[in-house]
Design a protein around this ligand. Structure first.
Ligand code: GLU
Length: 476
């Protein structure tokens, strides 16, 4: 690689892929087939707004159709371009394979700053963009299923689902054409928090393996670990909130658009988040010390660095100064291929994006299954489960009475044991299980092969093996 030129995002992803693929045993030609993006559709459409026609440019890229539907979010940002969308679509292929979500990889994007438009205008723009994709089956329950990404959320997904159903009025599975919808419009509990929750579960799983933790020079559990989070959007906020309130980690720094905020005793994430929502940035927030140049926090001493915003923030220009021994990529592609190489040599442990942020698509998978089955998870079993637990407790109480003893469970145990799982609990359980299993599959490769020195290469090897197996099964 040219030391002076940073590769593009797509080149970065391709380089990381090729580095791993070279260690696999793919039949001739299959490496290229997996690596390349199958197709990218570009659409330019006009919407009449504020008295004139505005032209917007959008993309939907399909990286791999080894499984269908293909899956991946739709991003609204001014940085959106074909290269970015293709890189993100490729990551979706590998991510879905790694967490065993039965999808190919795709991604969409609209080159727009959503803050420039009001809600009604955004609805018109979104519906028009969706229409362009729907009429080409680039949004479709069995072919191509978008989801939220940067700049989009439940609201946009509800508009897209509604637009699909207006066009396909008799499709009984219409709701499954997009995931990340609000619960009142066919969504699933726990989808909004899913990516941040997945980051938490990934770290918990990492810290369950002292051997792996030792590679970072850290020890013990998440309790008391000093964390810096870049980007307090949906992913960064939830990850920081869960890690600090449920695992005892201390978030000592936050990097936002307008600067950074530090507090060596740990920031109150909810309070900071409320401040950002009300004031548009961290400046002036009384929870910590404000820093105009927030980016320097990426180079600060901490135990865990969580880049949770955009791609390429750790690159050849700052990587030498990055000190965190453990980086978990909550964003897609926050570390460029060049920086990745430097960090690998330094011995920094990186929990890679395709694993770390897979919580979102995992819960999207659950939502899609829910939509296709037309029933909320737990609806049939919950009360029956409770009734059976009640029976056991009654028997235990009878037994203790027959033995001349009086025993009864503590009210807390009784309440927790009796309660049948609701949808949110089932979603969290499925997500936790997925994150544990995917980590173990990466870890197995990481520890069993002397030539595999990092988790990213291990993750690629697992994903590539699975994608290759799908292609083989299809006769390619
Ligand atoms: N945009 C998210 C991602 O990058 C979620 C994709 C999905 O749920 O399909 O993984």
């Amino acid at each position: 690689m040219d030391a002076n030129r940073e590769p593009s995002f797509r080149e970065s992803v391709d380089m990381m892929f090729s580095h791993a693929a070279a260690m696999g045993d793919l039949p001739p030609g299959l490496e290229e087939k997996i690596r390349v993006c199958n197709a990218t559709y570009t659409v330019r459409f006009g919407v009449r707004l504020r008295g004139r026609i505005h032209t917007f440019t959008g993309y939907r890229s399909v990286h791999s159709e080894h499984m269908e539907p293909v899956k991946g979010g739709i991003r609204y940002a001014t940085s959106v371009n074909q290269d970015e969308v293709e890189a993100l679509a490729a990551l979706m292929t590998y991510k879905c394979a790694l967490v065993e979500a039965p999808f190919g990889g795709a991604k969409g994007g609209l080159c727009i700053d959503p803050r420039d438009w009001d809600e009604h205008e955004l609805e018109q723009i979104t519906r028009r963009f969706a229409y362009e994709l729907i009429k080409r089956d680039l949004i479709h329950p069995s072919q191509n299923v978008p989801a939220p990404d940067m700049g989009t959320g439940e609201r946009e997904m509800a508009w897209i689902a509604d637009q699909y159903k207006r066009i396909h009025t008799t499709d009984i599975n219409g709701n499954a054409c997009v995931t990340g919808k609000p619960t009142h419009a066919g969504g699933i509990q726990g989808r909004v928090e899913a990516t941040g929750r997945g980051v938490q579960y990934a770290l918990r799983e990492f810290f369950r393996h002292p051997e792996d933790v030792a590679k970072t020079g850290l020890s013990g559990s998440l309790e008391g670990k000093r964390v810096i989070v870049q980007g307090l959007g949906n992913v960064g906020y939830h990850a920081a909130q869960f890690l600090s309130t449920e695992d005892g980690a201390k978030v000592i720094g936050i990097v936002e658009r307008d600067g950074g905020l530090t507090n060596p005793d740990g920031l109150d994430i909810d309070a900071v988040h409320r401040w950002i929502t009300a004031n548009g940035g961290v400046q002036g927030c009384p929870e910590g010390t404000y820093l105009g140049n927030g980016a320097v926090l990426l180079e600060e001493q901490c135990d865990i660095l969580i880049p949770a915003a955009i791609e390429g923030v750790i690159n050849l220009s700052n990587v030498e100064r990055v000190k965190a021994p453990l980086i978990i990529e909550a964003a897609n592609g926050p570390i460029t291929a060049g920086a990745d190489m430097v960090l690998r040599e330094k011995g920094t442990v990186i929990i890679p994006d395709m694993y770390a942020n897979a919580g979102g698509v995992t819960v999207s998978y659950f939502e899609w299954v829910k939509n296709l089955s037309h029933i909320r998870f737990g609806r049939m079993q919950r009360r029956q489960e409770e009734a059976r637990h009640q029976l056991i407790l009654e028997q235990l109480e009878n037994l203790s009475e027959a033995m001349g003893r009086t025993w009864s469970p503590t009210p807390d145990f009784k309440q927790r044991y009796l309660r049948g799982a609701d949808e949110l609990e089932l979603v969290r359980s499925g997500l936790d299980d997925t994150m544990r299993a995917a980590y173990q599959s990466m870890r197995e490769v990481w520890h069993s092969r002397a030539d595999v020195k990092d988790l990213r290469t291990a993750a690629y090897l697992v994903a590539i093996r699975r994608v290759a197996a799908s292609y083989r099964a299809k006769g390619l």
